[in-house]
Structures are given as structure tokens and as C-alpha cells.
Write a protein that binds this ligand. Structure first.
Ligand SMILES: N=CN[C@@H](CCC(=O)O)C(=O)O
Ligand SMILES: [Zn+2]
Length: 429
């Protein structure tokens, strides 16, 4: 190698999970830490990583186009947010008083509010309006150190409006530095015009929406809200199996409020991930472990819904040897926050995860929930050069000093996109 695009030096501490495979159970606690580190980047990929001395030795005689010094700060892989409802219209602050007075989440939905109120706002919004609103949220995520985001549809619930949401996600992917991974979630709620006719709505998803979305390559994954009063286990199975037939890998909102058996279904059909899982049973977790399903935990949602129970992260890690991932679940109802750093604090407080486990859950295991652990989620030669730079001495500091944004900079695909807490490059490269 004679030329190098970018050398990142002055890294006080570099912390990353090793390798390019998900980390199971106790492995989640094992991370690589390098003091006084450097990372060499060429054509968007990592070409050297190690101590500054090692990297400089490897670069002897190489022409370096640009060097940046991160001033002794902490560097981790760019964070991955694998479960969001990024693209939607409107907001639901009008439901706050109802929620605080104790009306349950599913009750608000059954009364035609909740998700269905966002469906009305999303249907009324133009692609341009949805794009502008989602882009603002995506900027917040980037400023939190996030470099890849999953985005679900599910607030359109007609073929046209589901396609509209997914097209906006694609446009964001094409124009914003953060990579977007799309999931079709037509089975997020039963739309008002199908009230009492859920089976007919499932027919519409299976016969019309799925083939169109697959035809236009608008989503990689298919997701279902498998919950009492929304979609049954049987309906979820049918939709996810049809999704699979159309080339969309299954994901599932499983056992969030009631133990319906969503975790078991995830194992049975070979879902890539199952999300929420607050009410998952031992049998369900065992099925997931036996079938390689990644649990994606969303502690911001239980926090915001004021629930007393939380997902059993400790059991998942210690007893079931699962590769736990974390996410914001950013959405206008159950979790209106883009802040993965708030999630990091809540995972420590309520899920009792260690800082090392949390980092693994927000990087390589989150990448694994999106089928991307060989490309992103760790700082390793050959991988995409996605790095987060934090104003913190070590990873313990991130959940410890809560409620503020620690990000100083972000490197995405080898480009400096955030510096001194400001977005300095707004376009995708
Ligand atoms: N639980 C279902 N779906 C979302 C919430 C969507 C909404 O309330 O708008 C979730 O993952 O929490
Ligand atoms: Zn969700």
C-alpha cells in the first residue's frame, strides 16, 4: 500500500468487541481495549488498527492524505440502532396525560388512538414531509454516534402508504450519511377500515403488499406486532412465512405485553431477531437460543410506558447464552427518543447489563440483528470504517454520566461526518 486516505490518531482508548460474529452470553463481556491507539482507513475500510506505534510502523513509506487527532478521546465502533419506526407523520404528546393516568398502551390502541393516530398523520403526509421529519431524527441519531439504523414501515397500512414510507427510508439511505436498513411492517396494527376483519387485512398483506415490496426491493426484513388484540401467533406465522417466501427475513415484536408465544414462533420460523420480550417465557427464550434468534431489547420503551417489569437481560445472557442487542425503538408512541445514549444508561440501570455487554449489544450484536456483523459493528481490518468518538475516558463513563450527549465526532465510511458535536457532512458518500 502506497497511499492512505485517513489516519485517526490521538485515540486515548479504543474499545471494540472482537471479530465479525455475534457475541453470545459471557462473550459479551469480553472487549478489546487499546490505549494510545490509531486507525488507518482507505477507501472507506479499516486497513490497520492497533497502538499508535504499531500502526505507524505499518505505514512506513505510505503517503497519508489526511490525519486527524482525536485529542485523547474514547473511540468505539459506530453504534448500530437495529429497531426504529423512523419514518412517520405527527406526534402523540396529546396521549401523555392518558398514559400518565394509567390507561394501558393496548387500551389506547383499541380505542383507535396510539399507532392508529400516527397512521392518520402518516397517510396525510407527503413523501417530502415524511422525509424532512425523519431526516431531522436521523441527524439526532448520527449526533449520538449512530452510523446504521433500521427503519420499519407500519404507519401506512395501505399498499400505497406502506410503499410511501419505505420509499422515504430508501431516499434517506441514498442521501444521508447514516445507512438505513428497511423493514416492512404492514402488520403493525389493523387499520380502521379493516376493524373486525383482521383475516382480510392479513390477505391484503400477503397477496398485495409483500409481492410489491419484494418486487421493488424496498425492504430486507418483514416484521409483525404479535400481541393480544393485534396479530395472533397464527396470523404472524402466516405473514412472516410469506415474507420469507418473498425474500424478506422475519423479525417479530414478540411477547412485549403478554406471553403469547412470539419468542417460540421466532425460534420455530428461524427469525433473525425477536424484539421487546418483556413477557417472554423460559420456553420461549430456550427456543430462541436453540434456533439462533437475536433478542433485541428496548429498555426505553418499558421506561417510557412506566412498566415495573423489564426484559430479562441477565437470564438471556447468563442462562440462555443469547447474543443480546439493544435499540432505541424510536417511535412517536411507546418510545419517542432518538437517544441511544439514554438507552445505554437504562440498560445499565434496569437491565443490569455491564458497560462491556452494553457496548457489544449496541455494536456487533446489533449489527447481527441486521445480518451485517461481517461488515459493521467492530473495529477490525477489512470492515467498514464507521467510528464513534466520545468525550469520555472509558466505556464505563457512558452509562455513568447520564442525560447528556457524549459524542464528539463520527466517522462514517471513512469520512468525518461529525466533528466538535456538529454535523460537518450532510450528504451520503
Ligand atoms: N409495539 C409496537 N410498536 C411500537 C410502538 C409503535 C407506536 O406506539 O407508535 C414499539 O415497538 O414499541
Ligand atoms: Zn417497534
Amino acid at each position: 500500500m502506497e497511499q492512505l486516505d485517513l489516519l485517526v490518531t490521538g485515540i486515548g482508548r479504543l474499545v471494540t468487541p472482537p471479530g465479525d460474529a455475534p457475541r453470545f452470553g459471557a462473550e459479551m463481556n469480553e472487549v478489546i481495549e487499546i490505549e494510545t491507539a490509531a486507525v488507518a482507513i482507505h477507501e472507506g475500510r479499516i486497513v490497520h488498527v492497533g497502538t499508535e506505534a504499531e500502526v505507524m510502523e505499518n505505514l512506513r513509506g505510505v503517503t497519508i492524505a489526511e490525519t486527524i487527532d482525536v485529542g485523547g478521546r474514547l473511540v468505539t465502533p459506530g453504534l448500530v440502532d437495529p429497531h426504529t419506526h423512523l419514518v412517520h407523520g405527527g406526534s402523540r404528546e396529546h396521549e401523555l396525560a392518558l398514559k400518565r393516568s394509567g390507561v394501558p398502551y393496548l387500551e389506547i390502541l383499541a380505542q383507535g388512538g396510539g399507532i392508529l393516530s400516527t397512521v392518520t398523520a402518516t397517510r396525510a403526509a407527503s413523501e417530502e414531509e415524511l422525509y424532512k421529519k425523519a431526516r431531522k431524527s436521523l441527524n439526532e441519531m448520527l449526533l449520538n454516534g449512530v452510523t446504521t439504523v433500521e427503519a420499519k414501515s407500519g404507519y401506512g397500512l395501505t399498499t400505497t402508504d406502506e410503499l410511501k414510507q419505505l420509499r422515504v427510508a430508501k431516499q434517506l439511505h441514498d442521501t444521508h450519511p447514516v445507512d438505513i436498513v428497511s423493514t416492512f411492517m404492514g402488520a403493525h396494527a389493523v387499520p380502521p377500515e379493516y376493524k373486525g376483519r383482521t383475516e382480510e387485512y392479513v390477505d391484503l398483506i400477503v397477496n398485495e403488499m409483500l409481492p410489491k415490496i419484494a418486487d421493488e426491493f424496498l425492504a430486507e426484513f418483514c416484521d409483525v406486532f404479535c400481541e393480544h388484540g393485534v396479530f395472533t401467533v397464527e396470523q404472524s406465522r402466516r405473514i412472516l412465512m410469506e415474507g420469507k417466501r418473498n425474500g424478506l427475513m422475519p423479525k417479530i415484536h414478540a411477547d412485549e405485553i403478554e406471553p403469547l408465544g412470539g419468542a417460540q414462533l421466532a425460534g420455530e420460523i428461524g427469525a433473525i431477531s425477536a424484539e421487546h420480550l418483556l413477557a417472554a417465557t423460559d420456553e420461549g427464550l430456550q427456543e430462541m437460543a436453540d434456533n439462533g434468534v437475536t433478542p433485541v431489547l428496548l429498555p426505553g420503551t418499558s421506561f417510557n410506558l412506566g412498566l415495573q417489569n423489564h426484559a430479562r437481560a441477565r437470564d438471556m445472557i447468563d442462562k440462555y447464552n443469547l447474543p443480546v442487542a439493544l435499540s432505541t425503538d424510536y417511535n412517536p408512541g411507546s418510545c419517542p427518543t432518538e437517544s441511544i445514549q439514554l438507552i445505554i444508561a437504562l440498560a445499565s440501570l434496569n437491565l443490569k447489563m455491564t458497560p462491556e455487554e452494553i457496548l457489544t449489544a449496541c455494536t456487533i450484536n446489533a449489527a447481527n440483528a441486521l445480518g451485517r456483523s461481517t461488515d459493521i459493528g467492530s473495529i477490525k481490518v477489512g470492515k467498514r470504517a464507521d467510528l464513534a468518538i466520545f468525550d469520555a475516558p472509558n466505556i464505563k463513563y457512558l452509562p455513568y454520566h447520564f442525560g447528556i450527549n457524549h459524542t464528539f465526532g463520527v466517522i462514517k465510511n471513512g469520512q468525518v461526518v461529525v466533528w466538535e458535536r456538529q454535523i460537518v457532512q450532510e450528504e451520503a458518500r
